[in-house]
Ligand binder design. Structure first.
Ligand code: ZN
Length: 145
């Protein structure tokens, strides 16, 4: 997906959540692992179903609370799918372009310093200083075409 392996990503996220006062329960760990390892932008219900495969005790509240916090920590970003449902996808790398299939949620991260330089230059031309370091574009993936 990008330069960070799933395990490094999981450790980073768990560390950030613990620093934010979260208790690293098995449920929270399961939710983090599902999102960190997925190559798809997932709906909360998909996260719940996948996390429950390993631990049946996970509540919806845990899924929502964890996802919201990960977004707040800028480790996960939200995307809207074809039916305007909110999906969650790992977005924790700088200079990242995320290509997302709105039909199945598949996402691929592309690192491009050159693109980010261009985006920064365009923003600067219009007097803006960029705040968000993540770009999303949508396209129908090979499987959905
Ligand atoms: Zn697709």
């Amino acid at each position: 997906m990008d330069e960070s392996t799933p395990q490094i990503r999981i450790d980073t996220w768990l560390h950030a959540l613990r620093e934010s006062g979260y208790r690293l329960t098995p449920s929270l760990r399961a939710v983090v692992a599902v999102v960190a390892e997925s190559h798809h932008a997932l709906t909360p219900m998909q996260v719940l179903a996948l996390a429950q495969a390993g631990d049946a005790e996970i509540s919806r509240a845990t899924v929502y609370r964890t996802l919201e916090k990960l977004v707040e920590l800028r480790l996960v970003q939200t995307v809207h799918d074809a039916s305007d449902c909110l999906r969650y996808v790992a977005g924790d790398a700088d200079h990242q372009l995320l290509v997302i299939c709105p039909q199945c949620g598949r996402s691929d991260a592309v690192q491009s310093e050159r693109l980010m330089g261009l985006v920064n230059a365009i923003a600067a031309d219009h007097g803006y200083r960029l705040k968000d370091r993540l770009l999303q574009i949508f396209g129908i993936c090979p499987e959905c075409q």
